[in-house]
Design a binder for this molecule. Structure first.
Ligand SMILES: C[S@@+](CC[C@H](N)C(=O)[O-])C[C@H]1O[C@@H](n2cnc3c(N)ncnc32)[C@H](O)[C@@H]1O
Length: 242
């Protein structure tokens, strides 16, 4: 795996202006509010252990810290320095319980720093598509989640069946590709497929921000895809006793 360039890129990423960061945090909160009560219900009677993978600014971790049934939030990222630069900045905008958020340096292309079935939820915000192997990362998520545990991916960049050629052309000209950073773009159906084959029951919850996309919501899934992937780890199959 060649994740060294990924870490170097994110270590050096600039800190945005307060206005730009404020808009970014509001976007994270808007997607989160779409499933927050459902996730809170799923965490009832659990240890409330949640990991955000590719946490970066830790905006989603801070939102999660406000859930009544959340107890421990692990913000995991390949760039520890990025999280350290951004956590307080994000909290100054979003609020949240900063002391509940524990930052951990880890490359999610490898083994995650949790034991089997330790976590009740794993979440991603604009991060799952950075995996160099979505199969490998989802297999690890499956391992660290308890049976029935929740996996959520919000703000993924989806390929549109109608605009795929131009989207891929644009991706090729991004600074991330120039810096050999792992960037991918998948169809919504591909995410559902990868989740299904890695042992999850998954659904797509449409959610758009901005008046134009709200107006065009009947095209969500064709012209564009905006929403949240909400999945649950299927119970392990019992082996047959003979
Ligand atoms: C587009 S940013 C979004 C992150 C976050 N939601 C935020 O608001 O900053 C992608 C994040 O994924 C992290 N990342 C990329 N590749 C990673 C990897 N292999 N393992 C762990 N984190 C990774 C980056 O460091 C970055 O913080």
């Amino acid at each position: 795996m060649m994740s060294g360039s990924d870490q170097a890129y994110y270590d050096q990423e600039f800190v945005p202006s307060p206005v730009a960061h404020g808009q970014w945090m509001e976007e994270i909160r808007s997607y989160f509010s779409n499933y927050a009560s459902r996730l809170n219900l799923a965490l009832e009677s659990t240890e409330g252990k949640i990991a955000e993978l590719g946490a970066g600014s830790c905006g989603l971790s801070l939102c999660l810290s406000e859930l009544p049934n959340a107890r421990n939030i692990y913000a995991v990222d390949i760039s520890l320095s990025r999280m350290q630069r951004m956590l307080e900045f994000s909290a100054s905008i979003l609020g949240g319980k900063i002391d509940m958020v524990q930052t951990i340096a880890c490359d999610f292309n490898g083994v995650l720093p949790f034991s089997d079935g330790e976590l009740d939820a794993v979440v991603f915000d604009a991060a799952l598509h950075h995996s160099r192997s979505i199969w490998g990362t989802l297999t690890e998520c499956h391992r660290v989640l308890r049976d029935g545990g929740v996996l959520i991916a919000q703000r993924e960049a989806y390929l549109s069946p109608l605009r795929a050629a131009s989207q891929i052309k644009r991706l090729l000209s991004t600074p991330e590709i120039a810096a050999n950073v792992s960037e991918n773009i998948y169809l919504r159906e591909q995410y559902l497929y990868y989740l299904a084959v890695n042992g999850f029951d998954a659904e797509f919850i449409p959610h758009s921000i901005g008046w134009l996309k709200k107006l065009l919501k009947v095209f969500n899934g064709s012209l564009f895809s905006d929403g949240v992937l909400y999945a649950r780890k299927k119970k392990a199959r019992q082996s047959m006793a003979f």
